[in-house]
Design a protein around this ligand. Structure first.
Ligand code: ZN
Length: 305
């Protein structure tokens, strides 16, 4: 009896997930899919459970041609695009979640469950050196979350930057006119901040959350599908109580403080298909979802705003 009941449940969920109104996908604690191309449908959907969090720019390894002010401007544009989404037709119901700049950090990517943290945006000068960093991927977002509740604790964005030691990396353009062999940084970061917020990939080719982008392509304006996705996670009616301090979990760490990457024990959203069959299209991002082995015990005094 049990296998029959389970199969029925899967079929029902599959029909729901494949409905035309829901092309976006939310990242789940489980990556199991009924069929390739459908949203993961098991486990709990990931989200931040406070009002806002902060991010910090990792100040090492910024490639030539880019400056910290460039990064400040572009990350602000990328986070601001998600923050401005209105969830109703008259713009009176914004999605409530905010990502606040926390300046710079020398803290490495990772999550420290016993202390302060940084949600980082970092250029990585060496790629393909472990299971998280697959060839041909422009960027990844490492999300650490509670595997039981889906609460996000930490999110770190890493960009595969071309360097002497990393010839397979990419050149990121700060201007809004990337060369044909460059990646538009704002397009890439807007996509990665979608992962940061709990979105997975969409099968809508015009969506920011579509898994691939061509070199020289600009696609940083949120599509209605992107907006629908973020509004499903952070609708105004679900705004939690409290106030926004804009700090990461456990408080802000700006210097190395023992943060470690937990895992990796799961990697999803592998390099995607080329959009519209375009030559030169590359995987926009993988999201490396790092689950905690057990529910985190919240220490007294931990700042969760
Ligand atoms: Zn992605």
């Amino acid at each position: 009896m049990r296998p029959i009941a389970l199969a029925a449940a899967v079929a029902l969920l599959g029909l729901t997930a494949a409905g035309p109104a829901q092309a976006y996908c939310r990242t789940m604690t489980s990556r199991v899919r009924a069929q390739e191309g459908e949203c993961p449908m098991f486990g709990v959907a990931l989200s931040w459970r406070n009002l806002c969090t902060g991010y910090s720019l990792y100040r090492a390894n910024i490639p030539a041609g880019l400056t910290l002010p460039d990064m400040d401007r572009i990350t602000a544009s990328s986070t601001g695009a998600w923050g401005r989404v209105a969830c109703d037709d008259n713009g009176r119901e914004p999605q409530y979640y905010r990502i606040i700049p926390n300046g710079q950090t020398s803290n490495p990517t990772g999550y420290n469950p016993y202390g302060s943290n940084s949600n980082t945006v970092a250029f990585r000068p060496k790629w393909e050196d472990d299971a998280l960093h697959r060839p041909g991927t422009i960027a990844i977002t490492v999300v650490t979350f509670d595997s039981l509740t889906g609460e996000i604790f930490d999110a770190d964005i890493e960009l595969n930057s071309r360097a002497t030691a990393n010839p397979g990396g990419f050149v990121f353009a700060s201007a809004r006119a990337p060369e044909p062999d460059e990646c538009d940084l704002q397009t890439i970061l807007t996509h990665e901040f979608g992962h940061f917020l709990g979105l997975a990939h969409s099968n809508i080719t015009r969506a920011v959350m579509y898994p691939t982008a061509g070199l020289g392509e600009i696609r940083s304006d949120l599509n209605s599908d992107d907006s629908a996705g973020i509004c499903a996670i952070y609708p105004e009616r679900a705004t939690p109580p409290g106030r926004c301090l804009g700090l990461p979990y456990g408080g802000l760490a700006t210097t190395p403080g023992g943060a470690t990457v937990v895992g990796p024990n799961n990697v999803s959203c592998a390099v995607g298909r080329a959009p519209r069959g375009g030559a030169g299209a590359l995987g926009l991002a993988a999201i490396a979802l790092v689950t905690l082995a057990r529910r985190r015990r919240r220490a007294p005094g931990v700042n969760r705003d």
